[in-house]
Design a protein around this ligand. Structure first.
Ligand SMILES: [Zn+2]
Length: 385
């Protein structure tokens, strides 16, 4: 796309549409959609489907048994054969159970819109919708086919939706994830840590602490020594962390405990670090004779490595600069569905959604004046790719 004024033109179209964007956001947010309540989530899916239906394109509802239905919308230029596909990915489920709106209503005050799921990430879905609208009114020739996929179980690990978005990602040349951006400057998330969980159980031998201490094998002592060892594997500079978040063991003070366990949170920025952390965990051996270790678990979300997003971020930065916007990037410790698509080897840019704060809390909100700019940025990226 040669026209350096194109992002600005998109922005000029979008700025007067802020009230419409907010009204749409209001409709999405007032349709509560907790990941674990299928009936409510399905209603929300219907509301989102209706709005997208007005925009043309092919709107398909992918039925789900236990979770809310998935929504797939396909847009293609129609005139010429699309040269490949781009996936725009997000989720409409939230962490808030139904009824949350009673104490946390959708409201716009000053430059801020509050409500459950505003930031994470219904405003992102609104922005994508208006990005399509902006491209249509500009009659932009689209080179690629665009698939927008709105899922319903991201907040609980994406178990049901994963195979669907991975299939779409495999067919795509790039994935744009509309998860919230980071901080008041709206940094994009160009790297995300891989996340995992492991359990370490120590089996010792019970005995009377006073009468027969020599016959016991203290599982708690063994676990403590193992944890002291494991703790040293954390390397903040490399983005590797191990956190013993839960620990339990023992029964009474005069009993040598025969069992103790710890649950560990594992994070790493690189696939190689993820693998070596898993290997080291499984290679642990007991320090006391007679003790036995049982280790299960590992990483369930691989890292989104920065090399998978670098080129897309450069494009985004350039397009943003054409709107006089300085776009920054950051690395975050939490995972998203972008971790999975990047791990398939598909370039993935994450955090393209709303600007705001307070995800998963009663102060969740977005900064409404950023909506037209973020929407124009997404539209420009779609036209550019
Ligand atoms: Zn999210």
């Amino acid at each position: 796309m040669a026209d350096v004024n194109f992002p600005k033109k998109l922005l000029q179209f979008l700025k007067p549409r802020l009230q419409q964007m907010l009204a749409t956001l209001g409709r999405f947010v007032t349709a509560e959609s907790p990941s674990l309540e299928k009936a409510a989530a399905d209603r929300c899916c219907g509301v989102i489907a209706e709005e997208w239906g007005k925009q043309g394109g092919r709107v398909e509802r992918i039925k789900q048994k236990h979770r809310g239905d998935l929504l797939r919308i396909t847009h293609a230029s129609g005139k010429s054969r699309p040269m490949g596909q781009v996936l725009v990915l997000g989720h409409y489920d939230t962490v808030y159970s139904t009824g949350t709106l009673a104490r946390m209503p959708f409201r716009v005050k000053g430059g801020t819109a509050y409500g459950p799921g505003t930031f994470d990430m219904k405003a992102g879905i609104v922005q994508a919708l208006f990005a399509v609208q902006a491209l249509q009114q500009a009659e932009t020739p689209l080179r690629k086919r665009f698939v927008f996929l709105w899922t319903s179980d991201e907040e609980i690990g994406s178990e049901a939706s994963r195979k669907f978005f991975e299939t779409e990602a495999r067919r795509s040349d790039a994935v744009f994830v509309l998860e919230p951006s980071f901080g008041p400057r709206g940094l994009l998330k160009t790297a995300r840590k891989g996340v995992g969980e492991a359990e370490l159980i120590v089996h010792g031998r019970a005995s009377h602490a006073g009468l027969a201490p020599q016959e016991g094998i203290n599982a708690i002592h063994e676990l403590a020594r193992q944890l002291a060892r494991i703790e040293k594997w954390s390397d903040l500079r490399r983005g590797v962390t191990i956190n013993a978040g839960v620990i339990e063991g023992g029964t009474r003070t005069n009993v040598i405990p025969e069992r103790a366990r710890a649950v560990l949170d594992l994070r790493a920025l690189r696939v190689s670090d993820m693998r070596s952390l898993e290997d080291r965990l499984h290679e642990l051996r007991p320090l006391q004779i007679g003790a036995r270790l049982e280790i299960t678990g590992g990483f369930d979300r691989p890292p989104l490595e920065s090399k998978m997003s670098a080129a897309l971020f450069e494009r985004a930065r350039l397009l943003a600069s054409q709107m006089n916007l300085t776009l920054g990037e950051c690395t975050v410790g939490g995972g998203s569905d972008g971790n999975f698509t990047a791990a398939l080897g598909i370039p993935t840019l994450d955090g393209l959604g709303a600007v705001g704060d307070g995800a998963h809390s009663s102060r969740e909100h977005i900064l409404i004046n950023t909506m037209p700019t973020r929407t124009a940025l997404l539209a420009a990226l779609l036209a550019d790719i």
